[in-house]
Design a protein around this ligand. Structure first.
Ligand SMILES: [Zn+2]
Length: 253
């Protein structure tokens, strides 16, 4: 059994029912869907009611930091009470998207870290061209743990995040030809990782370039198994256990 710890379901391209059916056929029995656009937070309940296999994370992505309203924070906090909301995310810093509003991004990020502390929830971290600033902010909240979503940094950065109690979300990037991530994961124990697709983006090889779905998780697992020199079953078992513990999912392995 696999768990996709990070995906987005684009309902104009595929129905929620079909998406989960494809995933289950591929052995992916749980999909954690990321809701990080304040305008979409209200769709959470509708999605989780479709299937027991859907869980969600809710948060305000750094790309919305400039336009965020106080009402967005109140709605977010209201959503945290809901069943099947397992983390705050994805939240963080994205200087690739916008270099000119770093302070606004940091402010929105910190406010959500405070919420994670208050609600005792893990966080899912998005960081792009902002690894050091992200690390500095995470250090301010030693009580909070979570997942470094779509991790693609160095071995040293991986160790920094692991020592703060974060897991590394490993996705399609691991399967790409020029990726350096393989050499990084090879040096770390399986207990450091969870699997994710970040669908509909970043489809792994050999389906790169198509619309990604949770059903593609086995391609990523297979690559991780190769790098680690273990069976795909071992990858499934350990990464699912990691996800279940991090998100406190009511799932038996
Ligand atoms: Zn995402």
């Amino acid at each position: 059994m696999f768990i996709d710890t990070h995906c987005h379901v684009e309902e104009d391209k595929i129905s929620k029912e079909e998406y989960i059916r494809h995933a289950q056929e591929a052995g992916v029995s749980c999909c954690v869907v990321s809701f990080c656009d304040p305008k979409e937070l209200s769709k959470v309940e509708e999605l989780v009611s479709v299937s027991d296999s859907y869980y969600v994370t809710v948060g305000i992505h750094p790309e919305y930091a400039m336009d965020v309203q106080e009402s967005d924070f109140s709605l977010l906090e209201k959503m945290l009470e809901k069943k099947k909301v397992v983390a705050i995310g994805e939240i963080g810093l994205d200087y690739y998207w916008d270099k000119n509003h770093k302070e606004e991004q940091k402010d929105v990020f910190r406010r959500q870290m405070v919420l994670a502390e208050k609600w005792k929830l893990p966080v899912v971290i998005h960081t792009r061209e902002a690894m050091n600033d992200t690390y500095e902010i995470l250090k301010e909240f030693p009580q909070v743990h979570g997942i470094m979503h779509c991790f693609s940094g160095s071995y040293e950065m991986a160790c920094h995040f692991l020592s703060l109690g974060y897991l590394l979300g490993i996705g399609g990037v691991l399967t790409f030809k020029n990726s350096k991530l393989g050499e990084v994961v090879q040096q770390l124990p399986l207990s450091s990782f969870v699997l994710e697709t970040d669908s509909p983006y970043l489809a792994p090889e050999p389906v790169r370039g198509t619309m990604n779905e949770s059903k593609n998780i086995p391609y990523i697992a297979e690559k991780l198994a190769n790098w680690k020199g273990v069976s795909i079953e071992e990858v499934a078992k350990v990464t699912s256990k990691n996800a279940i513990e991090m998100f406190d999912l009511p799932i038996d392995l």
